[in-house]
Design a protein around this ligand. Sequence first.
Ligand code: PMV
Length: 343
Amino acid sequence: MLSYVKRSKYLLKRVENLYNSIEITDGEKMIQGYGMASGKVILMGEHSVVYGMPAIALPFLDKGVECYVQEYGNGIFLETTYYNGDLDDSPELLWGIKHLIIETLRVLNKEDINLKIIINSRIPAQRGLGSSAAVSVAVVRALFDAFEIKLNDDNLSQLVHIAESIHHTDPSGLDAKTILSGKPIYFKKDTLIEEIEINFDGVMVIADTGVKGQTKQAVQGVKQIKEKNYSMFEETIENIGLLTEETRVALGTNEIEKVGVAMTQTQSLLQKLQVSDHHIEKLVRVAMKYGAEGAKLTGGGKGGCIIALCKDGHTANNVSEKLLQNGAKATWIYDMKEKGMYE
Ligand code: PMV
């Protein structure tokens, strides 16, 4: 397994190479910028975080987004996996990014600039791994870098919120804050973000159901449950909140079993909120059958990814293999001690 440090050095080398390869024409400095961001994994507290309960999230360090900006053509040209063309004509999936780019250029006072924006994402989209927030962070960083304007975290958060609001209606901000921090965080909407030290021997397997998650619909569904059956809703999100608090303590005392139990109990509560589905439940069952201490969905749900906590790397490798044999489209192993990852 490559350590996180080695991987970071590798990423930095790639960035250096990229800069060296960009041409500077006629002795004039060409406008060019670069930004990157990692994804995130929600360990505990998705959905309940929207209603003020705590959440714990980790950066998904190796799966990053890189964005390159350079002077080009006429207007703004977007180059992504899904779409190559004028920003004005971009498909609905990219409207959040479109508005983000327009607003960022307005803030930078560069509305009439001609640019090509290349977005290169290694985070699978719509899988609850923070791809949309990471793209937003990388794009804003690249645009500010292109005009050599210093970017502080407050400005970055506000700009990223524009795109997130289009993707999610009323996001808690958990995705963006985890990505901005690059560290494990304990988060409460609008009130608290604490970076947490994790000294934990657990090894997590992240598995992709291969089905696109539907965060917006899932969040709306929970809102409807709140309107129809308030007492069940309240009890459920409060219980998820309690399990998240217990997890925070158990992460500090290195109690893998306790974290695992809290994860599996949270999965049952998320099922009550109807944000799970049969793809998720199948992978959770497989993970538990082959030795995971606990497993649950991560992110918005209704598709997307699961996480399974294992007590060591050997068990994690076995669980990962079984998940792949039983329908997972991809898996990643996240060593929580090293905070490094391998596929
Ligand atoms: O699906 P994701 O990775 O964007 O995560 C959404 C997390 C929710 O708690 C469901 C929504 C939110 O705004 O926090």
